[in-house]
Design a binder for this molecule. Sequence first.
Ligand SMILES: *Cc1c(COP(=O)(O)O)cnc(C)c1O
Length: 476
Amino acid sequence: MEKLLNELSTECCPAYSLDSDIEINPQVPESLKRNLSLDLPNISENDLLRHFTNLSRKNYALSTTFYPLGSCTMKYNPLVNERIAKFDNFAKLHPYQDSKTVQGVLEVMYNLEKDLCEISGMDCFSLQQAAGAHGEFSSLLIIAKYFKSIKQKRAKIIVPDSAHGTNPASAALAGFDIVPLKSESDGSILPEKLKEILTPEIAAIMLTVPNTLGTFEKNIPEISKIVHGNGSLLYYDGANLNAVMGVVKPGDMGFDIMHINLHKTFSTPHGGGGPGSGPIGVKAFLEPFLPLPRIESKGNEFILNYEKQESIGKLKAFFGNFPVILKAYVYIKSLGAKGLKNVSEQAVLNANYMLSRFKDKINVPAGGRCMHEFVLAPKKLFKNAVRTLDVAKRLLDYGYYAPTVYFPLIVEEAIMIEPTETESKKTLDAFVDTLIKIILEEASLEPQKLKDAPVNTFVGRLNEVEAARNPILKWK
Ligand SMILES: *Cc1c(COP(=O)(O)O)cnc(C)c1O
């Protein structure tokens, strides 16, 4: 940052003043005194303000436009929640404070754990995890420890190809071997196929519900019966909870362990790489393995319990991303049970409305109904070497953030759209019209427009590998 401001700095015009009468503490030794003047940038307040305002306008943000990024739930998050998270009484706490001085904070966390139990049907929650994938990883450590405690050797995890990509990665990191399972065209699992690969070595199966094609798994009761009959556990990837809140509970469906993304569903945006929070929920028999510390209520005091013999231990510094936890708590309390259900119903309605407008024109591998998101497969419509990437870049020219592309991997040239509940019909219609125009008209009639896109953005098409490996971070 300092370097960047130095580029704007002009020698001629001092733009700051320092008090020259500062008294130097006589105890500062000679050797520590500065003998060169401070290298501070010279920029007037006006120019500085313009610099940052202009930078912010080059950014794409939810506060300016629609953000249909599939699998990310980029919805509007009430600003009042941000304000509450910024209150001094929360923001200026220190994690080493005596727990007696932060009773209110512990109460918020304790209550949020209870609320997440209610929403999910699980018995206990832990709020430590910093992301969804972190939640998966800690859950898999718990699964491993559970089987160790009952002296069973189970080193394999089944992951359907319609699960989120973090699932196999987390399982591998936790030391398991992955057994892949091919899903049907709508991403669902055939119980007969599952039976074929179920062996005594299988510790668990990880289901993403709704799956990455945006459909609800139809066969959960049967899958649950088969998996538990084998002595294995059932894991629920609940990052997509925005589709099912207040409608169904993973705990009621037979799942033993799960994670929820507080970012995405509960008032923290997912984009931009953090901060996040991926709490995990378990059925009572897995409670002893939850990470430490556990927040407990004793008499009329909340305490941090570090004394649990079977726990997988500590996973993160301190207690979790508290501002994200706090925003989730405020969101849940302000919406209430009915409000949360309404969120999911509207999210699913918005997605189905968009899908209904696309489905006669663009191939939809999972069929004509979806949950909170859906995947288009426009490949057959493409001529002139046009690809999904070109469509995504062209959308930028129309002022839209591009949807998720090339994910899930099971659909070639995929475009994955998640409108969320907070967008109006007008916004959804305008986006659908634009995408149809690009795919059905421009791609055939003016393919060069797609190849050259984007032309209306501050930078043109980037070499994405180069941009990630050797980013140029100067402002000019
Ligand atoms: C986003 C997501 C994850 C991973 O969450 P992170 O916080 O990005 O680690 C896992 N599963 C599904 C279904 C997701 O959508």
